[in-house]
Design a protein around this ligand. Structure first.
Ligand code: GEK
Length: 247
């Protein structure tokens, strides 16, 4: 399927507003995330593969901050346990509307796909059901830092034995040189994907108040404080990484 190209920040803006997941973003999202997040297609596909190892029969799998449902689709491709169902949640109306359309189109075309419920809700006020897999694929970084521990603690409590949380995030680095180097290399990645200096600068200024990355050390400490027993990084590409957290 041809993806609509992301040109959101291509024209000079007098004032760059804070980034929001609105209709304009939802329209170009697959192109935007692929050209902005190094390793995104690999993370999404393998998140499905990993989920296949942790999913317990007859349990719920959560895709939190699902956007257009890329992770849910990977779960559908890889999870083979009996009786699982996916609950995909996002608080952006535009995302949820498109996500539901895509997933229901799949339902109409293929049989025996995992059932999916798409919910428009804030994950901070969601009542979790017992689950064997929770995916937070580049979502936690948009949650206010002071709310992150409480959310992770509730996710920990909802996880069944044998299950896992898979957490993907942009990272910051405590070593200043490492932070600067990986930041520069990320800019090179964006330029190589066709973003202009203007687009890069305007996107950065739109997102800086909205998305607050943590370091790997902060993630590990917070996950342990939330009650997880083990934190295992399984993927890193430049300043983007994904972790498995075990209950
Ligand atoms: C993917 N996982 O394609 N409650 C619910 N949703 C939220 C909240 C919240 N409090 N805060 C932010 N979101 C996807 C990509 S994008 C990452 C995830 C990115 C949602 C927000 O509306 C957006 O759709 C998503 O989290 C973050 O694998 O754009 O860098």
């Amino acid at each position: 399927m041809k993806q609509t190209p992301d040109r959101i920040f291509a024209q000079p803006l007098e004032q760059v507003p804070d980034f929001v997941f609105n209709e304009d973003v939802a329209k170009v999202f697959p192109d935007m995330i692929k050209r902005s997040v190094p390793g995104y297609p690999t993370i999404v596909e393998n998140l499905g593969v990993l989920a296949g190892q942790f999913a317990q029969p007859h349990s719920v799998l959560y895709d939190l901050g699902c956007s257009l449902g890329a992770v849910t689709q990977a779960l559908r491709r890889h999870v083979r346990s009996d009786g699982c169902r996916v609950i995909a949640v996002d608080n952006s109306h535009a995302m949820v509307e498109r996500c539901s359309e895509y997933l229901h189109a799949q339902d109409a075309m293929f049989q025996e796909l995992l059932p999916v419920q798409v919910i428009e809700a804030d994950i901070l006020s969601l009542e979790f059901q017992p689950a064997s897999l929770v995916a937070l694929n580049f979502t936690l970084q948009f949650i206010a830092p002071e709310q992150r521990l409480a959310l992770l603690s509730r996710i920990r409590q909802t996880l069944l034995p044998g299950g896992a949380l898979i957490l993907s995030e942009k990272l910051r680095f405590e070593d200043t040189e490492e932070h600067a180097l990986l930041g520069e290399l990320h800019l090179a990645f964006k330029r190589a994907n066709g973003y202009s200096e203007l687009e890069i600068a305007q996107k950065r200024s739109a997102i800086e108040n909205v998305m607050k990355p943590d370091s790997l050390e902060q993630h590990r400490e917070r996950l342990l404080a939330a009650g997880f027993s083990k934190v295992v990084p399984w993927f890193q590409c430049l300043n983007f990484a994904s972790l498995i957290a075990l209950p």
